[in-house]
Write a protein that binds this ligand. Structure first.
Ligand code: GLN
Length: 190
């Protein structure tokens, strides 16, 4: 059972991707929803707004504690929140993966783009990735493993039980990265 934080962002799309590989999901909107899940997805959206919503719902602190050990997959704004630092004081990040996120680093909405990524460690060579006001990751520390690059940028990163994508793997029908999260992180860490 994977919980998908559902205060903002695409719960349904992540649930669809996970459903396509036989995984059941639950929407997480309160502390009680964190009970009896095996992993979490922090979807995209707006990291400033998500910070406010998580704090207003009293979810920031319990989530922070849960994420110490719970396998988690953050996409776009979710990846910003998981980082150690972010270039925006309005975002309160969880410091669960060691990089600094730079918001909107590829430009505005109109500069959104798609590209094909090679995922060598997943033995996969054509993942269609959708970047929407995506962050870049800087000051990536030792212990953080890069699973995909786009030019000079690391766009899919993993540190132990934490997986972070600057793009939106839930917006394509290809569940390769969700499957990697479930098989290689959730099932190995729970
Ligand atoms: N630019 C957004 C932010 O800073 C993230 C965009 C997204 O999740 N697609 O939070």
């Amino acid at each position: 059972m994977i919980g998908v934080v559902a205060l903002q962002g695409s719960f349904a799309k992540h649930a669809h991707s996970l459903g396509s590989i036989g995984v059941t999901c639950r929407a997480v909107r309160s502390e009680a929803d964190l009970k009896s899940i095996d992993g979490l997805v922090l979807p995209g959206g707006e990291s400033t707004t998500m910070t406010t919503l998580l704090q207003n719902e009293g979810l920031w602190e319990p989530l922070n504690a849960t994420l110490e050990t719970m396998p988690v997959f953050g996409t776009c704004a979710g990846a910003i929140l998981l980082g150690q630092q972010v270039d925006d004081d309005r975002v309160k990040c969880f410091d669960k993966i060691q990089y600094k996120a730079v918001r909107n680093a590829y430009g505005r909405q109109i500069e959104s783009f798609t590209t094909s990524l090679i995922l060598p460690k997943l033995n996969y060579h054509d993942f269609h990735a959708v970047f929407i006001r995506a962050p870049k990751f800087e000051n990536i520390q030792q212990g953080v493993d890069s699973l995909a690059v786009y030019g000079p940028e690391h766009v899919l990163l993993r540190q132990d039980h934490v997986l972070a994508a600057s793009f939106h793997p839930e917006l394509t029908d290809d569940a390769t990265i969700h499957k990697y999260f479930v098989d290689e992180i959730v099932l190995k860490y729970r």
